[in-house]
Ligand binder design. Sequence first.
Ligand code: PMP
Length: 354
Amino acid sequence: MSRFFSSDYAALTPYTPGEQPRIENLIKLNTNESPFPPSPHAMEYAREATKTLQLYSDPTANALHAALAARLGVSSDEVLATNGSDEILNFAFMAFCDREHGAAFADLTYGFYPVFAQLNGIPYTEIPVAEDFSIRPQDYFGLEKTIFLANPNAPTGLFLPKSDVVRILEENRDSVVVVDEAYVDFGGESCVDLIHSYDNLLVTQTFSKSRSMAGARLGFGVGCRALIRDLNTIKYSTNPYNVNTMTMAAGIGALEDEAYTRANCAAIIENRAYAAAELRGLGFDMTDSKTNFLFARHSVLDGETVYRELRARGILVRHFSLARIRDYNRITVGSRTQMEALVAALREIVGGNV
Ligand code: PMP
């Protein structure tokens, strides 16, 4: 730390992203990316957009907002596109929390939430998930805090039924509830249509997973006009050009190619079922994932050993050192070939320990 670093941030522990090593032939199953390339439409539109890179990107993101709104069945002024969904989440912490009205989220959830809270000087409460990692809706009733719910949750992969999200919304009418649907396309049920019934609901989604555009950095929020207006105040006070021209064009291309996205999601769901069944046969148990990853623990081998042995065989998964989940690994569901390689490696690692 330099002697110039603001004392406001001196104690901040930044988020640790998953490794992005550039190792040849590595099977990368550690950051929940898609194994499929972006839609050809998305790539073509992005290429075309390079011709106008001398100009700033459209700060209103009109064309992208219109395409998103049409896809989601909402109005253009009920959506806001951002630089990945991480950005809309940070905007939500800035816009809807303060020292008096803090944040609340599960103790086992997306690791960026506590970082955003700390960054913005917001007090937060971590609500323990149940023994089976499920979220108990009643733990979130009447909190008088801004609630962040990843649904499906990460790294557990578990989905909270929409009826339970409604109960949480009902019991927190005077607080914003942010439903982070980064993984919703892999088997969850979206709450987007609830924005017309609940003025305290903000839903966030991303193009990083189901739309194969993690590197483009595109996410968005959906909520009532007033919430979106507040988020725009934050956006125009930080970076009006938050989404670049190529990414906006690619986003529109991806939205026009919904059939491609649906087919890829169906393939991931099928590969997830294949890998889960094979892993169970090798002595792993896992949560009922509705995401593009498995959260798996072996009956004998500890999580760190599984992680290390897979890495030694050129397969990278995500291991967390947090005591409660130390025996688990989060394994991205990739292509069928990648899943077959994973199963073969695990068979070798597990050996007689089934
Ligand atoms: N929410 C959750 C639950 C996530 O796991 C992630 C990805 N790591 C994000 C949001 C952010 O994704 P992105 O910024 O790529 O949209």
